[in-house]
Design a protein around this ligand. Structure first.
Ligand code: MIC
Ligand code: SF4
Length: 650
């Protein structure tokens, strides 16, 4: 049978189960990555498993999110991660080396391999022809302990690319166009596979921009073929030996297809406050801009920054604009320094930040009140910048740089046609010296290395076995597309506490309902002994942070009742022993009010049924679809994944 590229890679990694859409399978994981803001939980969990050297071919622990170090907390987390990495033979990438996804692409990604990462943008390496999946921290810890990952087989959406991009239009516009077409939930349950003649017109870093932002439409991952462009990229990174050619079989059939004519695309922007709220830059008009931020794992490659430098060379950043740039890696910054582009950026008035996530996760550079901020990043959820009333637009590096000069949102096409327009120079691909200065190679599993744990690192909460009757109070009714940033906000104030769940618990849902935490605590201490959260469609979209499940677990949340769930968050709830239940009748969502009580009687037996019934205080019965597969049922019954693993071992 002719296979899609995605299924070809999955087939060579299949350990258990059969590759059919919707089936539960276990696949072999070749590589893992963690970053520091999810990493402390991962390594606490890995330590709790009592295993030795990581079973993967390669595992890397990056420090890139919490690099402000405003107090001892971040630095303590780094030291903890470094010590555990040493115990398990995991490479440690120090702060300053760059952003995990960019570094993985440059230094370790390889076509045909699988990668599991505790960050939702792990699919960046899909640009190299890998199956790279973002997951909750516990799943990544298990992958390191056992070299395997349990997943539901996705369907494959084939996106055929034809034509080639015109100047001033770039990979960011391709993925913004796709988000406009399929929305923030259009990829859920799917792998997006790119094919067609247009693929060859895109470099590996262009492809990585597109697969990176596949996280925003909710896909399990996105993947490009591995071709001569892939070989050239790897060879420029000094790793041609990692190259193999890979593509879908001739005649492969996709579950769905979509066609994108690259030559027809124009500069686009995602408007506040969602990555799929996309329109043409020319339609949005020349709105005044206060801040421009260039970087993030989506658009911080050498080519991206060279384009920015070429646009800024000899020009000045508009007096009303603050332009900040965070390069993707130390190698990129070093190259910009040696070829003079860094001077062009600085001379134009750009503020150069550390090679890290920085403003993308609200670690500094929050814009002023009511500001318009243009960002080359991937998420513009309300408040994520650290300024709740800021309007964040997501754009390409070209659009960002031009707009920084003009002080307003600027369409590259209009610029190119104007008297001052100039052709965007072709950026010459560069050969890179590998920069190992930020990587600590752990020679062997130093199991005797002591784990270094600062006072901010608190134990993670553990679930309890599902009781026979679950009683709970509705502690929150939320709308559609609730993000994990809504559930567990992250910014420079809260990110230092990623290893301190009790502290974070005070801020759960803070931005959308500041009373939630107190209500959940009261329900936990009261007669119902716990609470439920009611949500709309695509509940839990966005990041992979399992804090969005661990904090509710700590607060006594027993179930989330929603119209539908985002993939990673659903898995994180189950891993924590929290029931994700899907409304059978969406009209019931309207009926459940804050403070209502609910009882799921015979919950342990009901877990085996297709429909789970809950009764409210007035006797009304609500019906929920049970979407749990067999291993997921075991986890919910046991009160989470770690308990289930322990039970199995016994
Ligand atoms: C994000 O972009 O939201 C993050 C911060 O990288 C998260 C991980 C986290 O919350 O630590 C993600 O994308 O998974
Ligand atoms: Fe870091 Fe932003 Fe990428 Fe998340 S999306 S990994 S915060 S750069």
């Amino acid at each position: 049978m002719a296979d899609t590229l995605a299924y070809k890679i999955l087939k060579t990694h299949l350990l258990e189960g059969s590759l059919e859409p919707g089936a539960a399978v276990t696949i072999k994981i070749d590589q893992t990555l963690t970053q520091d803001s999810t990493g402390t939980m991962v390594y606490l969990q890995l330590e709790a498993m009592g295993v030795g050297k990581a079973k993967t071919e390669l595992s890397v622990a990056y420090i890139d999110h919490n690099t402000l170090q405003t107090g001892f907390e971040n630095a303590d987390d780094h030291a903890f991660i470094e010590s555990v990495a040493a115990r398990h033979g995991i490479l440690f990438s120090k702060p300053g080396g760059g952003i995990c996804h960019q570094l993985q692409l440059e230094n370790y990604g390889a076509p045909g391999k699988t990668l599991l990462g505790s960050d939702s943008h792990t699919p960046t390496c899909g640009g190299l022809g890998m199956i790279a999946i973002g997951a909750g921290g516990l799943d990544v810890a298990v992958a390191m302990a056992h070299g395997a990952y349990d997943m539901t087989v996705p369907r494959v959406l084939g996106i055929e690319l034809v034509g080639a991009l015109r100047p001033w239009v770039s990979a960011k516009d391709v993925i913004l166009h796709i988000l406009k077409e399929i929305s923030v939930k259009g990829g859920v349950g799917k792998i997006v596979e790119y094919f067609g003649d247009g693929v060859q017109a895109l470099s590996v870093t262009d492809r990585a921009t597109i697969t990176n932002m596949g996280a925003e439409h909710g896909a399990t991952t996105s993947v490009f073929p591995s071709d001569e462009n892939t070989r050239a990229y790897l060879s420029r990174q000094g790793r041609e030996d990692a190259w193999i050619p890979l593509a879908a079989d001739e005649g492969a059939v996709y579950d769905e297809t979509l066609k994108v004519d690259l030559s027809a695309l124009e500069p686009l922007a995602a408007m506040p406050h969602s990555p799929d709220n996309v329109d043409f830059v020319k339609n949005i008009g020349h709105i005044k801009v206060d801040q421009v931020a260039i970087g993030s794992c989506t658009n911080s490659s050498y080519t991206d920054l060279m384009k920015v430098a070429a646009i800024l060379k000899g020009r000045k950043v508009h007096p009303d604009v603050s332009l900040v740039i965070s390069p993707g890696s130390a190698s990129i910054l070093s190259k910009l320094a040696s070829n003079g582009a860094l001077a062009d950026l600085i001379d134009a008035g750009a503020r150069i930040l550390e090679n890290a996530c920085g403003p993308c996760i609200g670690m500094g550079q929050s814009p002023k009140s009511g500001a318009v901020s243009l960002r080359t990043f991937n998420r513009n959820f309300k408040g994520r910048s650290g300024t709740n009333d800021a309007d964040v637009y997501l754009v390409s590096p070209e659009t960002a740089a031009l707009s920084a000069v003009f002080g307003g949102l600027m369409d590259g096409f209009a610029f190119a046609e104007s008297a001052i327009g100039f052709p965007l120079p072709e950026i010459k691909a560069e050969t890179f010296e590998r920069n190992d200065s930020f990587v600590v190679y752990q020679p062997s599993a130093g199991e005797n290395r002591e784990v270094v744990m600062g006072p901010n690192i608190k134990p993670f909460p553990r679930g309890e076995a599902l009781p026979d009757t679950v009683t709970a109070e509705v502690a929150l009714v939320a709308g559609d597309n609730i993000t994990t940033d809504d559930i567990m906000p992250s910014d420079s104030r809260l990110l230092p506490y990623r290893s301190n769940i009790p502290f974070l618990a005070n801020y759960c849902f803070e931005k959308i309902d500041a009373g939630f935490s107190a209500r959940a605590k009261a329900a936990q201490a009261g007669a119902q002994k716990g609470s439920v959260i009611v949500g709309g469609d695509n509940y839990g979209q966005g990041s992979s942070r399992e804090h969005a499940a661990l904090v509710p677990l700590y607060l006594g949340v027993r179930a989330v009742l929603a119209k539908s769930f985002a993939r990673i968050h659903r898995a994180n709830l189950i891993n924590s022993g929290i029931l994700p239940l899907v409304f059978e009748n969406h009209a019931d969502y309207e009926k459940l009010r804050l403070g209502a009580t609910l009882a799921i009687e015979g919950a342990r037996a009901q877990i085996e049924q297709d429909v789970i019934l809950a009764r409210d205080g007035d006797g009304a019965v609500y019906r929920f679809l049970n979407t749990l597969n067999a291993p997921e049922k075991e986890m919910v019954l046991a009160g989470g994944k770690i308990n289930a693993i322990r039970q199995k071992a016994r």
